[in-house]
Ligand binder design. Structure first.
Ligand code: WNU
Length: 152
């Protein structure tokens, strides 16, 4: 049997390896590990759909996903990039208080994402100005690249 403590340690150790979170103190990471949910996806499943409302932030613990987006030029969403273990997504809707701005499609079976809800995300990010500034900057950059590729 895998105990609650073992699971907590597993998430904690994984979070410690995520570059975005490397500046956070251990007690903060421990809190995040406490309030995580894990979601499982298979190849082809949509984790996020553009245009939908979203209240969650994801960190990939296993597997790979594609970021795709609808642009003026194509009727089908176009792949922008792929993300793998230790990468994260879903911060933009939370930070810019907007709907989801791209699709996240699962590429591999048995993909595992750690899911942080808005309240815990705000707690995680809000108390660390550097992290907040970093993500805000990044989100603005994403908006600029969306404009460049004529995203809808
Ligand atoms: C992009 N344009 C848009 C990515 C992940 C994290 C960071 C890039 Cl800090 P959301 C859809 C999500 C969005 C982002 C992710 O897709 N995304 C992008 C782009 O060029 N979104 N609009 N590249 S991967 C990525 C930077 O996380 O957040 O909540 O849902 O809008």
């Amino acid at each position: 049997m895998r105990t609650t403590k073992a699971r907590h340690e597993e998430y904690f150790n994984f979070l410690r390896s995520v570059s975005l979170l490397k500046e956070l103190p251990e007690e903060k990471l421990a809190k995040i590990a406490d309030c995580l949910e894990v979601d499982y996806f298979n190849r082809g499943e949509f984790i996020i759909r553009e245009g939908e409302e979203g209240n969650t932030f994801f960190i990939i613990a296993k597997g790979e996903v594609s970021v795709t987006q609808t642009t003026e030029a194509h009727s089908q969403p176009k792949e922008i990039k792929t993300l793998g273990v230790g990468d994260y997504f879903g911060e933009k809707a939370l930070i810019s208080e907007d709907v989801r701005s791209a699709n996240i499609v699962c590429n591999t079976n048995d993909t595992q994402c750690l899911v942080v809800d808005r309240e815990n995300f705000n707690q995680m990010v809000g108390t660390y100005e550097e992290l907040q500034a970093y993500l805000k900057e990044y989100v603005e950059e994403l908006s600029r690249s969306d404009v460049k590729r004529n995203a809808l």
